[in-house]
Design a protein around this ligand. Structure first.
Ligand code: HEC
Ligand code: HEC
Length: 198
């Protein structure tokens, strides 16, 4: 399905209006302590989720505001991943903000030109995620450099309804498995996100 620009802009506006920005008082030092339990999975390049097998997402360089929203997604049921729900559900909003603030101190998004040619099926994605997978607004996650296998899983979850974000899910509905593989491969090869390392 091709989205009209009107619909995309309506979605953009809604997403930006309803997202909280990161509190200026977020405490990165407290976030570092909380992040200790996360490093085993998110700080290891080779760590895989099992059943199904895919790589744990890269967080370094990601928008901190999006990290908070993603963590909330695991607690409010809009994302379906029992381990991450268990991880996130013990945190207050302040804790999540502190963690996101800490992650933003360890490294920036690597900047790069577009590598290769985007598949045609990615034409609608660039409005929110950027031509090289680096988005312009914190409402939209950076995809540049994210693991291919993780993006494949996420896109299939939006398509099946296992992830229910109303801004993103409609974009995945008509993607074929081949589209999903090709788009994810394209974004994965861009420079950008990295595996956490302190
Ligand atoms: C046992 C391994 C494991 C641990 C421990 C873990 N995570 Fe995760 N995390 C994952 C996996 C796997 C996913 C992808 C889940 C999915 O498919 O939605 C994920 C997803 C995320 C996401 C979403 C990323 C994105 O791009 O949307 C964030 C943010 C996150 N984790 C933060 C944390 C934080 C903070 C902690 C520590 C409190 C933590 N994780 C602990 C495995 C783990
Ligand atoms: C109208 C804006 C918009 C458009 C267009 C859009 N997305 Fe998204 N996308 C989002 C938002 C917002 C999220 C975060 C949703 C959430 O919190 O689960 C997201 C999340 C994602 C994720 C998961 C990232 C992660 O770290 O978990 C992937 C992969 C993705 N989009 C790929 C695509 C692809 C491929 C297309 C085009 C077919 C596309 N998006 C089009 C807004 C958009």
């Amino acid at each position: 399905m091709l989205f009209s620009f009107t619909r995309i802009f309506a979605a953009l506006t809604a997403a930006v209006l309803f997202l909280p920005s990161l509190a200026s008082g977020a405490d990165a030092e407290h976030g570092e302590i909380l992040f200790d339990t996360c490093v085993g999975c998110h700080g290891s390049e080779g760590y895989d989720n099992v059943y199904p097998t895919y790589k744990v997402p890269r967080l370094q360089g990601q928008w901190p505001e999006y990290i908070v929203v993603a963590l909330q997604g695991y607690t409010d049921g809009s994302r379906n991943h029992p381990t991450m729900t268990a991880q996130a559900s013990s945190f207050s909003m302040e804790d999540m903000q502190d963690i996101a603030a800490y992650i933003s101190t360890v490294g920036e998004l690597a900047n790069g030109d577009v590598v290769g040619t985007a598949p045609e099926s990615a034409a609608t994605c660039v409005a929110c995620h950027g031509a090289n997978g680096q988005s312009m607004a914190f409402a939209f996650p950076h995809l540049a450099g994210q693991h291919q296998s993780y993006m494949v899983q996420a896109l299939k979850d939006y398509r099946s309804g296992a992830r229910t974000n109303p801004v993103m899910a409609p974009n995945a509905l008509n993607l074929t498995d081949a589209d999903i593989e090709a788009i994810s491969e394209f974004y994965a090869q861009q420079e950008g996100l990295q595996t956490y390392s302190d």
